[in-house]
Unconditional design. Structure first.
Lengths: 113, 116
């Protein structure tokens, strides 16, 4: 069974700082990888996803993530964060052909104006 | 707006009671997934239906059951409720059934269940 680890539980940054949130997964086969964001009081929204091809994936709102297969990682990055990026971020994985999503525990991001 | 709707938004009930949560998938999506989000367990997959049939099961308690109707909407039934069932219940939909490279799951706004 697959599992996902997000080691940063709460990250606090100032506006314009650069962001990197870690995500590591555990699964021996082919996986699909996702980052979802949950703004306060709202539902989960897809930020970006990786299925195959270029391991550097660009998503919405200036976010990107890089799939490093050798490290089983899919870290989320943004060069310059904004106050509106304050939210909880979830990394998720599913095995190729199995749509059940396994989520990490989430990282709460707080941006200080 | 993801196109997935869930009702009700909030539900407050007592221990031992039974409730039904409803989800309407995006137009054309055949798969519906249910997830539970709680403070101690995080986001956990409960169950998936594809075109009316149960497709996959996760950490779903025996007190919980779900079904998907011919019009593709789904209901999650929670019975003999306990305090620990208090959580946010999300529904998601996608147009795939798991046979080919998977598509994206789109999440609804959730139903917040409070058991007193």
């Amino acid at each position: 069974a697959q599992s996902v680890s997000q080691h940063n539980h709460h990250v606090i940054l100032s506006e314009a700082a650069s962001l990197e949130l870690g995500c590591n997964y555990s699964y021996g086969g082919t996986v699909n990888l996702f980052w979802y964001v949950q703004y306060p009081g709202q539902h989960l929204q897809l930020l970006l996803k990786y299925f195959s091809g270029d391991p550097l994936v660009k998503g919405i709102k200036g976010f990107e993530a890089e799939f490093i297969k050798s490290k089983f990682s899919f870290n989320l990055r943004k060069p310059s964060v904004q106050w509106s990026d304050t939210a909880e971020y979830f990394c998720a994985v599913n095995a190729f052909g199995n749509e059940k999503l396994t989520f990490g525990t989430g990282t709460r991001l707080t941006i200080i104006p | 707006d993801s196109g997935v709707t869930q009702t009700p938004k909030h539900l407050i009930t007592a221990t031992g009671q039974r409730v039904t949560l409803r989800c309407s998938p995006r137009s054309g999506d055949l798969s519906v997934y249910w997830y539970q989000q709680s403070l101690d367990q995080g986001l956990q997959f409960l169950i998936q239906y594809y075109n009316g049939e149960e497709r996959a099961k996760g950490n779903i308690l025996e007190r919980f059951s779900a079904q998907q109707f011919p019009d593709l909407h789904s209901e999650l039934n929670l019975s003999s409720l306990e305090l620990g069932d208090s959580a946010l219940y999300f529904c998601a939909s996608s147009d795939r059934g798991g046979a080919l490279p998977t598509d994206t799951q789109y999440f609804g706004p959730g139903t917040r269940l409070t058991v007193l």
